[in-house]
Design a binder for this molecule. Sequence first.
Ligand code: NAD
Length: 243
Amino acid sequence: MKVALITGASRGIGAATATALARAGWAVCINYIEQTEKAEALVEALRAEGCAAICHQADVADREAVFAMVARVERELGPVDLLVSNAGIAEQRQFQDISPAWWERMLAVDLGGAFHCAQAVLGHMLHEHSGCMIFVSSIWGGHGASCETAYASAKHGLIGLGRSLAAELAPSGIRVNVVAPGVIDTDMVQVLGRETLDDLARNVIPMGRLGRPEEIARAIVYLADEASYTTGQVLSCDGGFFI
Ligand code: NAD
């Protein structure tokens, strides 16, 4: 059974991705930082369906914790064949109000987490001459986002990391791709308020609705399982937000 590590997977896009991958036959490790009960409930639900799943609490910005997590996954499920680097934080703030500490935390989680995870799983992939990494960026990884400069900087960085790593690792049989969601109806965007979300759906998003976590999960499963000749690409899933 092939093994997938999905970061930030106790809820939202990560949970939907872990579920879709597990149902597609992957043994999954559900990484999370908080809400242990949600992560454990997801593991139980997947096991009840006959899937192989564990969960592991770790801050992806903490390099030692990431390497310890990957070591546990190797012991309990096997070496990681697929990394889905999904954990992320976001906050709207005017540029002059961003403290150095907040800037560093944002970059450490949203970009540094992918760096640590990719390095932690790479040894096995290089050895096997096969493997797949998928970084979850954002539409704000390819466009400017007012009041989200730290988030957009990190998400731009993820696309640069993904493309560069794809070029470096293609000769080693490892594919690296990026998914760029638009506005997806998860906890992350609830801070905008229902009125703003409805307005976005009605007046900004050509498809006339927010995306669902399961729709991003399907794109990730496609990149992992089907897109065998695709690497270094950014797959936008945004209902036509940017065309
Ligand atoms: P979410 O807030 O529901 O989920 C984020 C997950 O990451 C949570 O489980 C959270 O606990 C976890 N996490 C946060 N910091 C972590 C850390 N340091 N270590 C480990 N886990 C951590 O949001 P979501 O919408 O499911 O977001 C998933 C990813 O998709 C994020 O990277 C986000 O930036 C990206 N994204 C979301 C949207 C959207 O509209 N929801 C749009 C574009 C991109």
